[in-house]
Design a protein around this ligand. Sequence first.
Ligand code: ADP
Ligand code: MG
Length: 286
Amino acid sequence: MAEPVTEPPEIRVGVPEHTPAESARPEPKAPRQAIFKLEGVNVLYGDKPAVRDVEVDIARNEITALIGPSGCGKSTLIRCLNRMNDLIPTARVEGRVVYHGQDLYAPEVDAVEVRKRIGMVFQKPNPFPKSIYDNIAFGPRVLGMKGDMDEIVEQALRHAAVWDEVKDRLKTNAFGMSGGQQQRLCIARCLAVEPDVILMDEPCSALDPISTGKIEDLMLELRKEYSIVIVTHNMQQAARVSDRTAFFTVDPEDRVGRLVEYDDTETIFTNPSDPRTEAYVTGKVG
Ligand code: ADP
Ligand code: MG
């Protein structure tokens, strides 16, 4: 698997290091550097295509939102980005998913290594039935990561903005945490293995508005160091957090998902070029 290419030069002149999350509209954009390139991607389950002809470049250090009505293939597509579809026996991916210049589906690529570099957070928080500490330490232990484990655990929990809430009960079972805390624990578990990309499939749909706000603030913080792709049903959420938005729909003729439009989030929500996008974002359909 190719090593990540070097960081592009920082050009965010005059922007404070830690922009408060509540005022964090995306900052002026650095020249775009693609971390993923999807070229003619089709995904089928058995003989039935779920999503077809997807061409998108996903930028580094941005939040990319995938939106569209239920069944248009958002989950199917996000699972292509870390080879999670490999775990579904009938699923088949055609075309190319290029990550840092490397075809993710090339025979020499190790899917386990891919899932370490490209972590995933699901709709329902899924902590292991273990202590908070062991949830975080699990990945680094399996991977034989070097370093002080207490330090690794603390850093991951701090990074995921949940440390202060759990630092006095690290040895207690993760199931004792609230849903929102469990979801931040799952994000911390991703971060502990030092990923490059974080994929999130409707990470807030099981959470209350306060927990949702915390996760959204966290995403805006994490964007400084990671590239994030999020599937969301919540258009306000896409508008609040993402830099770019891809809108998908189900083609009425063949019932297969298609990418309709992909652009800066602001353009998608204020001045989309396709009438189907406009109808969706203004709530006329969907
Ligand atoms: P979304 O996340 O946008 O709601 P999905 O990616 O879940 O859409 O589904 C896209 C299409 O693929 C739907 O028609 C769905 O029924 C089908 N599909 C999803 N997962 C599977 C699966 N494991 N096996 C067969 N068909 C599936
Ligand atoms: Mg889905």
